[in-house]
Unconditional design. Structure first.
Lengths: 234, 234
DNA sequence: ATACAATTTTTTTAAAACCTAATCATTTTA
DNA sequence: TAAAATGATTAGGTTTTAAAAAAATTGTAT
């Protein structure tokens, strides 16, 4: 009955994993150097706690850490962080596609599921879901080696009058924003056309799926990502 | 990015949950009183550690604990322990039915998955799996209220010469036993007939699925559960 | 009644994760 | 370039969780 730990070379606590993910997100694809304060802001903790953790992660060689100079993920760290993103997004696909959750309900649960440690599990899950390339919010799912499926995308707010496009993602992942979009049927794969751009506040008048007319604020438009009517997923 | 705890009345650590499960298993359906030593044996720890934990669980009113008299699960504790068993077994069904794991590979992973906290998740998973009544090892899956699907079952070793039955479960859940059974095609739902009982060592000669002849030791027979060719699952 | 086994109490260890306050390093700007 | 502001680290401590050792206590069988 004693808890059998998975036999992994590196056993990380959930907090350590969350720090890795955080650094991964902040430093972007260029693997830029990230500051202690940026991390503490994201993690809602103090800078001192972050320094504490960075030393431990550095000890485990998951980050390149030079004091006063910021951090970086090491090769090992990137692989682990990438794995976490991958797991998270695959589980989100599972929750929406198979268990019929809506796109605004899945984040918290996936946040827990991503810490389940089993490479075989993720491999099989990926297969079961037919190797999806994007998650329910349109975010790309990296493969085992960190490779992403590239896609042309731009903010809805960059479209000009008369132009058409298909919704492929969102920038804001907040529950309220996602719920709002769902209520307006502004979901992934939906085609829309810009009818009018209101000069005064940069809000848009659009038609959704060729029929419904809809007004969206510039803030909403800014957070919707559109592409050139390509395949929505997989 | 700070870990958002699920808003549950009772937040338990994984270890606490494992203790609950352990007590649940040891005390059986009668909710009998369990001794500190029994628990320490099961949990591979010292009696002192168990006493420690019992006090904490008692504090949270999950167990009825009278010192020197042993423990019992409280109503609350039973509900939680039942939920853990339920989750564990549902995840095992998922892993085998959907992700094509074999029945000897799923325990460790389900052990992790069972700690994911979301009632809605389990409800949806149950639905997705078409409300299975038994897990891949033939163990019954309790419903939300702790009700089990009843089934007539007996050990293969109790069958008399000439009698037939269908495999519905196992008593031993060890990897080696499960792998052995799989290698002999002695899996759930398989029909068999006792051809001969060897007096000397109580081993059996059986036919599997009407064709294959097979010798099984008394120890193996003891750990196979059979029923009267009823529906295997759901 | 007493010895022995089971159980509990008390104390200790240890790690994870966080905090406050003080200090130190770097960058900016006056 | 020196002082001020910003940013990061250290030191020291708290809390939580889990486990264990040693010592004391209780229950029970003979």
């Amino acid at each position: 009955m004693k808890k059998k730990l998975p036999y992994l070379r590196i056993m990380l606590s959930q907090t350590e994993e969350n720090y890795l993910k955080c650094i991964y997100k902040l430093s972007g694809s260029a693997n830029a150097t990230v500051s202690t304060n940026d991390i503490s802001a994201q993690m809602q903790t103090t800078a001192a706690s972050v320094t504490d953790m960075l030393k431990r992660l550095s000890e485990k060689e998951l980050v390149n850490y030079a004091k006063y100079k910021g951090v970086n993920l090491s090769e090992e760290g990137r692989i682990l962080a990438n794995g976490l993103i991958r797991r998270h997004r695959l589980w989100e696909v599972f929750l929406v596609e198979k268990l019929k959750f809506s796109w605004d309900e899945v984040h918290e649960i996936a946040e827990q599921l991503e810490h389940i440690n089993s490479d075989l599990l993720i491999q099989r899950l990926d297969e079961f879901l037919s190797f999806p390339k994007f998650d329910p919010h349109g975010d790309p799912i990296p493969d085992r080696h960190g490779k992403y499926f590239k896609r042309k995308e731009q903010s809805l707010s960059t479209l000009k009058k008369g132009e058409s496009a298909v919704i492929v993602g969102v920038k804001d992942h907040s529950t309220t924003f996602l719920q709002y979009l769902a209520s307006q049927k502004l979901t992934l794969g939906v085609a829309l056309t810009v009818q009018e751009i209101i000069e005064y506040d940069k809000s848009l008048l659009i038609t959704v799926s060729g029929k419904k007319k809809l007004a969206v604020s510039s803030q909403v438009a800014e957070n919707i990502l559109v592409g050139n009517n390509e395949k929505p997923n997989s």
